[in-house]
Design a protein around this ligand. Structure first.
Ligand code: PEP
Ligand code: MN
Length: 337
């Protein structure tokens, strides 16, 4: 449930209620909006049966949260969240494009890609250090060596960096290097991992599971937020359907659904959705038009030689064309790029 405070409620009113709830062993989450403060209450509400909360100073009303996810819901926080990734805002007016190779393969490959995508307009560099591959015989990633190259690319270009984490150990190692963690589609329901990234304050890019409903995806976000990390960005990356012409089916509907159900920002990954570089630009146009806060795409200096996901990787030249498209569209949508 949430406790909606009156617009004129004081900070003392809010802290009086918070301490009462905490004494009753309930979890308290506060969302301060421009008009009013909302107190989210998580836990066994039976302890409140005899507590006349509604009569406490500053309280306007008590409202149950109908969704299965609570802190991710718009009831708890009606205003859009903006996640700050080391100074880059995701979810605000500016569209954000993240680009880079599926996997970091070498220093040269990464630095070449970083310089190119930066020049075209990317704000963050992606690059896999730990690769959760479908086959155990496929390239598994350079691990910490890759993170060192990523950090060097950050130093040289100013691009913020994001990498996928797959275990507690990889979180510990990547923590020192990256600006944002990625939780991959295959780990979206690895609740232990979600709790671990939730214990940090680093932004988390949470990919939608291959066969996850939007509700399951938002509950995965809830696991992270419930640990105290509100810096969650959702990432639609296509789901499994009967269609085989594309690697997955990009669920464009998820964008307006997400915008009505949650305050969290949403990026879209057309690369993993389509599995084919030829579809990336039109799909990016579509998701930006549908209201996504940006996109994350795979770029490789030589896609034919890529150790993973070459067929869906854009050349730097094609990526430049993608950014031109986003730049032209942004003003029509009251956004910047
Ligand atoms: C990736 O981003 O490289 C990746 C493996 O994506 P997903 O988890 O969406 O399959
Ligand atoms: Mn990939």
């Amino acid at each position: 449930m949430i406790i909606v405070m009156k617009p004129q409620a004081s900070n003392e009113n809010v802290s009086e209620i918070s301490s009462l709830l905490k004494k009753l062993n309930l979890d308290v989450h506060i969302s301060k909006g421009s008009e009013t403060t909302i107190i989210g209450v998580i836990g066994d509400k039976r302890v409140l049966d005899d507590v006349p909360l509604v009569l406490m100073p500053g309280v306007q009303k008590i409202v149950p949260i109908m969704d299965s996810f609570k802190l991710a819901s718009k009831t708890f926080k009606p205003e859009q969240s903006i996640v700050d990734v080391s100074g880059i805002e995701i979810g605000g007016d500016e569209l954000v494009v993240i680009a880079g190779p599926c996997a970091v393969e070498s220093r040269e490959q990464l630095l070449n890609t970083a310089n190119a995508v930066k020049a075209s307009g990317a704000k963050l560099l992606r690059g896999g250090a730990y690769k959760p591959r479908t086959s155990p015989y496929s390239f598994q990633g350079l691990e910490e060596e890759a993170l060192k190259y990523m950090a060097e690319a950050r130093e040289l270009t100013g691009l913020r960096i994001v990498t996928e984490v797959i275990s507690e150990k990889s979180i510990e190692t990547a923590y020192k290097y990256v600006d944002m963690f990625q939780i991959g589609a295959r780990n979206m329901q690895n609740f232990y991992l979600l709790r671990e990234v939730g214990k940090t304050q680093k932004p988390v890019l949470l990919k939608r599971g291959l066969s996850a409903t939007i509700e399951e995806w938002l509950n995965a976000a809830e696991y992270i937020i419930n640990e105290g990390n509100y810096n969650v960005i959702l990432c639609e990356r296509g789901i499994r359907t009967f269609e085989t012409a594309t690697r997955n089916t990009l669920d464009i509907s998820s964008i307006p659904v997400i915008k009505t159900k949650t305050h969290l920002p949403i990026l879209v990954d057309p690369s993993h959705a389509a599995g084919n570089w030829e579809y990336i630009i039109p799909l990016t146009r579509a998701v930006i038009a549908a209201g996504a806060d940006g996109a994350i795409v795979e770029v490789h200096p030589n896609p034919k030689q890529a150790l993973s996901d070459g067929p869906q990787s854009l050349t730097p030249k094609k990526f430049d064309e993608l950014c031109d498209n986003v730049r032209k569209m942004a003003p029509l949508l009251d956004r910047r790029f």
